[in-house]
Design a protein around this ligand. Structure first.
Ligand SMILES: *Cc1c(COP(=O)(O)O)cnc(C)c1O
Length: 406
């Protein structure tokens, strides 16, 4: 029995999905982005719940993530967004995953691999007639995608690859979550220009898609055939300034139990480097969670202007004097309680004051979804019922996945 766990409310995720589709332009569909284990919530459970709610398309970064979804019964379109390697293609083709293509050489190679597979009926007799791919265009993310100089060569490569069919064409915005719209407008213009050029060259993909969560909210005229939504489904806005355009619910609560409780006198030093000293007679409680679980970790923060910069400097400056601004807080019986001292690898101390509490009391903890250790059990509920619990022994899906359905 784990003393730290995460509760995931699948109804909230489905509700968020329904909010998204309410705001779609006619003709557009929602592709649920469930990469990185659905941002830590659990790709299989989230995709299953969404597929039951009518979602027809999913996206992941890697082939292995897509294979797991297929093995677990997801029937919809599965697009692999990231770069893939030749070794993975036969499995991806057999599982009817759609691959993202962003280099010329991979078109010829993919065509060859498909031909070999098609010649061997034992490999997969029901193999799809062509491999469906999505072309990724580089418009300003500086990561992957075809450049404008490659359009002619791309058309030639595709014309020579009879087994490769272009199902989609897309690009990804670098600054859609920021208020300055010029960069996104520039990216979109380049996208339109490149797709028009390809059409002139005879490449007419079935679907176009450009929007992530932020662009979906800000640019309804860009919804095209799919919007690729991750952040909104897990109940978050992609940044500040999006108002309350949708009614979102947070499906995620991380909890831990008090596993040690002690009343200590004023002046007690706490944790590594003794950065905290109690100011009065108080109770210190220990929670079995730490940075190895992802607790207290935040992504590297790049200041977005001078105000941000001053905040960071001030925070670090006052820390010199033992004042920790922005220290994590947890919630015990509806009251906010401070984390004190340095967060340990697997243990954290909170100062609960003289509040009534006992060993075993539940505490809600702020745990970032994408860095929460996969080994922390996820407990899924739907329609008010506890559905299943997933415990991952080695942090690898699916061989080590244990399900216990009730
Ligand atoms: C992650 C990702 C998305 C989803 O972005 P959100 O802002 O989380 O909705 C869409 N497209 C691509 C290519 C991605 O990598």
């Amino acid at each position: 029995m784990s003393e730290t766990w995460i509760e995931v409310d699948l109804d909230a995720i489905v509700g968020n999905y329904q909010e998204v589709i309410k705001h779609l332009c006619p003709g557009a569909r929602c592709m649920a982005v469930v990469k990185a284990d659905a941002y830590g919530l659990g790709a299989i459970e989230v995709a299953r719940a969404l597929e039951r709610a009518g979602c027809e398309a999913f996206a992941v970064t890697r082939v292995e993530e897509g294979l797991i979804l297929r093995e677990q019964g997801i029937r919809g379109l599965i697009l692999v967004l990231g770069p893939t390697s030749k070794e993975e293609w036969p499995k991806a083709i057999s599982a009817e995953l759609q691959l993202t293509i962003s280099s010329l050489s991979s078109i010829t190679e993919l065509d060859e691999i498909y031909s070999e597979m098609a010649l061997n009926p034992e490999l997969n007799p029901e193999i799809q007639r062509q491999v469906l791919v999505h072309l990724k265009l580089e418009t300003g993310m500086g990561r992957t995608g075809f450049q404008h100089t490659e359009m002619e060569a791309l058309a030639i490569a595709l014309a020579n690859a009879s087994h490769v069919q272009v199902a989609g064409i897309y690009t990804h915005f670098a600054r859609a979550a920021q208020r300055d719209r010029r960069y996104s407008l520039g990216q979109y213009e380049r996208f339109l220009f490149l797709t028009a050029r390809l059409e002139e060259l005879g490449i007419c993909p079935t679907w176009k898609h450009v929007c992530n969560s932020a662009a979906f909210l800000d640019y309804p005229q860009w919804h095209h055939d799919f919007v690729r939504i991750g952040t909104l489904l897990i109940g978050h806005y992609p940044g500040q300034g999006f108002g309350q355009k949708l009614t979102l619910r947070d499906p995620w609560v991380a909890k831990s139990r008090i596993v040690h409780l002690r009343t200590v006198p004023k002046g007690t030093d706490v944790g590594y480097q003794s950065i905290y000293r109690t100011k009065t007679l108080t109770q210190l409680a220990v929670l079995p969670v730490g940075y190895a679980d992802g607790f207290g970790l935040a992504p590297h923060f790049v200041p977005q202007g001078w105000v941000d910069f001053l905040k960071i400097v001030t925070k670090n400056f006052v820390a010199l004097f033992g004042i920790f601004l922005g220290q994590e807080r947890v919630e015990l019986k509806g009251r906010r309680v401070r984390v004190v001292g340095k967060i340990g690898m697997q243990l954290t101390v909170i100062d609960v004051g003289m509040q009534d509490c006992v060993l075993g009391d539940e505490v809600r903890i702020p745990l970032r979804r994408t860095v929460a250790n996969p080994r922390i059990p996820r407990r899924y509920s739907q329609a008010g019922q506890m559905l299943s619990e997933r415990t991952m022994k080695e942090g690898v899906l699916p061989a080590n996945t244990e399900y216990s359905f009730q």
